[in-house]
Design a binder for this molecule. Structure first.
Ligand code: SF4
Length: 352
């Protein structure tokens, strides 16, 4: 007996469209900028973490929300959306390694030590984190931030005469602090792998910001030497990078900002401009296609393996089952975290 052949990519994309049409306004598909093009073309809304958080919070009509990204974002949508809505994640194994670099036990241990300084400290968690850490912030007057609003969130903390304790991305924390005039000597780096947590920088008592030792592998491999090499090759090229890159890389670049900042900056630049972009490669390649009047070069072909775990086949599976009235991979968040995690997200969304 002849075995049935696998559907082609075109067939899969066509079947996704059929399922989306069948589900109509009951369904909304959200996708992060770092998703592959085949997913992006099947999404209703594309954005960075902050844009997606806002989009998820505004979905009042859609009964089903399918989130194409890594797990913490699908979890975030589950926390923000109403209990009647069902959030799906096409691949539950797509998990951000940075988000796994802080766990609640280690954060609570650090918190006890930091509180002993007698300072008023407000915890700020990067959106790339699990729900229990967001809940920890919600419970302790804290909030969430993304790379698009990190500075505004830190300013909010300072306006309350408090010191931010930011985790888990050291580079975003450090780069943001530098834009606010805070030097490395005024930051205290908490290292969960050191017995007393200390690493370097300020003494705990003098610190203006507490950071956590965590990083994104996709961005930290983009080095100053890549910037120098591209500048040698393309005279006058502008270099724009994501703030998850190390401060060394950010410091030798022309601009740094979130994916939406990168996208907008490049789009608004004059025809004929040339840009070298330091962030996830799917996103850089898409910007290149969308801006044919400009020269766009990736600083490095660094891709996110976890984002790439969301494939059209997996999206199709969720949608076709849904169209038949069956739920595959609904996202669940431990109810003990929901209320406080929502509070931490809500505080962030209230900051304009
Ligand atoms: S690009 Fe980095 S921070 Fe973003 S999901 Fe991948 S590993 Fe996590």
């Amino acid at each position: 007996m002849m075995s049935r052949s696998q559907p082609t990519k075109t067939e899969i994309l066509e079947r996704i469209e059929v399922a989306r049409k069948k589900l109509g306004s009951d369904l909304i598909v959200l996708a992060h900028f770092y998703q592959m093009d085949d997913i992006i073309q099947s999404a209703d809304f594309i954005g960075d973490s902050l844009q997606l958080a806002r989009a998820a919070s505004k979905q009042k009509d859609a009964h089903y929300i399918v989130f194409c990204s890594v797990s913490f974002m699908a979890e975030m949508a589950r926390i923000i959306c109403s209990p009647e809505q069902i959030v799906f994640h096409p691949e539950t194994k797509a998990r951000c390694p940075l988000a796994e670099m802080a766990n609640i036990d280690d954060v609570e241990k650090a918190w006890v030590a930091l509180e002993k300084t007698g300072k008023r400290i407000i915890p700020v968690v990067y959106v790339n984190s699990n729900a229990d850490l967001k809940a920890f912030c919600g419970k302790n007057e804290g909030l969430v931030c993304t790379s698009a609003n990190a500075k505004k969130v830190m300013e909010h903390v300072f306006s309350r005469n408090a010191v931010p304790f930011f985790f888990p991305d050291e580079n975003l924390g450090r780069n943001t602090a530098h834009t606010m005039g805070i030097s490395d000597e005024e930051m205290f780096l908490w290292d969960p792998y050191e017995t007393d947590g200390s690493r370097n920088g300020a003494s705990m008592n003098n610190a203006m910001m507490f950071l956590w030792r965590g990083f994104c592998i996709v961005h930290t491999v983009i080095l100053p030497s890549h910037v120098e090499a591209i500048r040698r090759q393309y005279k006058g090229i502008k270099v724009i990078v994501h703030p998850e890159c190390t401060p060394d890389t950010v410091n030798v670049s022309d601009l740094a900002g979130s994916t939406s900042f990168i996208k907008n900056t490049v789009e608004k630049s004059a025809p004929g401009s040339s840009w070298a972009i330091g962030t996830e490669i799917n996103f850089v390649n898409r910007i290149r296609k969308e801006n044919p009047d400009k020269l766009i070069i990736p600083l490095l072909g660094s891709g996110c393996r976890e984002m790439a775990k969301i494939t059209p086949e997996k999206l199709l599976r969720v949608l076709e089952y849904l169209a038949e009235g069956r739920a595959v991979n609904p996202v669940l968040v431990d109810g003990t975290y929901t209320e406080h995690a929502r509070l931490a997200l809500k505080r962030m969304l209230e900051i304009k």
